[in-house]
Design a protein around this ligand. Sequence first.
Ligand code: GBH
Length: 502
Amino acid sequence: MSCRPSSQTKLPESEFVYKEFQNPDRDRAMTGTFQQGFAWGAATAAYQIEGAWDEDGKGASIWDTFSHHEGNIYGNHNGDIACDSYHKIYQDVELMKQLGLTHYRFSISWPRILPDGTSKTINQAGIDYYRELIDALLEANIKPMVTLYHWDLPQALQDIGGWENDMIVVYFNQYADVCFREFGDKVKLWITFNEPSEFIKEGYETGCLAPGLKHQGTSVYRVAHNVLLSHGTAWRTYDNKYRASQKGMVGICLVCNWAIPYSNSKEDVDATERFIMFMFGWFANPIFGSGDYPEAMKQQVMMKSREQGLTSSRLPDFNEEEKSLILGTMDFLGLNYYTTKRVRHLASPTYPASLDADQDLHCTYDDDWPTSGSTWLRPVPWGFRELLRWVKNKYNNPPIYITENGFSDPNLESEGYPNLDDICRSKYIRSHINELLKAYIMDDVDIRGYMTWSLTDNFEWCDGYSSKFGLYHVDFTDPSRPRTPKTSVKTYRQIVKDNGFL
Ligand code: GBH
């Protein structure tokens, strides 16, 4: 394994960051800098860091319910306290100052400000908490980038069907409106949703994420439809009511793997395209592409639905009104990139119907790609540049913020974690930002900023606290949750300071 801890604190001097990737034309590190005003940040999410799950009038979220249910999360961990960031505004801002960040991406907990999900009751203590955080950031010269939905739906709304209930469009819009009104004088970068493909698939079909439903086949597409309508409606609320006075931007975060075909066969090449369309085009095309679901997706789900004896596709159609509500509702794309896959065509059985089965493909990686603490995460820096180039060409050069990119430490609990000398994370950060620089300088991609995931170790969803993505270590056994810098803090701080690589 390429990623053992070592006493070596310096990065290899070589111009190749990974010994696994030494193709001179592709992998050689370059020097150069980003434009002035480039956004350098770190990202977090409310449920993963805040704790204070039932304090000061906060309502329960689906993550409170899900994590309190035995057997859902590794070690039955939960986010009741997490990093206790609810009580540690100034400590966290201090960490950002040490890194020299210009931006901080965090999310608002919907039930912390609207305990039953609707704007009938506003929890002033919740508003005050986010105001204090925003003021502390601005005081430190750090601009907030705020995600409205990073997966913690108010439980009260789940009780009436959550994202499966069409009424959610109205409630999400109420929530967004409250946030724009209360915080929009100081927040200029908004994100409606974080990774819809992920929370929809894992929340409504595999059941791995909250609300833990296993409604196979149809639900995911209905839910996505409602999420797209919610996004479009909230963007239009900002556009109509707030943009003129507040002068901010509203975008959405989509996660996308880069993917390469297993072989040169047409079947594998088509499967690779399908993979990206089901992960990214599902949301990108209606919002800033064709204005409809991707053709490959429509054909595939129709074909499967027919095989299953249905008269219409499980993928809903947009009517014209919906299409024009959604199309063009994006001021910037938030792109989350972690890894690359190798994709092969593989026909799935007719039953059971599922988002996975609809795709007729199988994903792998190359065994010689470097590893991490997560089975799904193989660092493939060159895939990052490929993805950026592809997005630019396919979607007419949208403005892009990298809203997440990060690395999980190899699992070292049995070997005496913490390992603060996280040279693997340093390599990951350095190589990925270097590929980003190539995309900016050589491919002319419109890149506005980079947020690393994550500021601190935190509650990594179903992996609980066993998975470590932080630049700062957090001791979760200590009630005061002390933060300690890992080696990667130095690496990232230097890149931020140089605005690239000198
Ligand atoms: C992000 O999700 C989340 O936004 C963030 O909250 C989380 O903490 C962070 O990443 C780290 O996980 O690659 O096809 O095998 C990205 C989560 C999880 C998306 C694994 C892809 C595996 C599917 N990724 N998932 S695949």
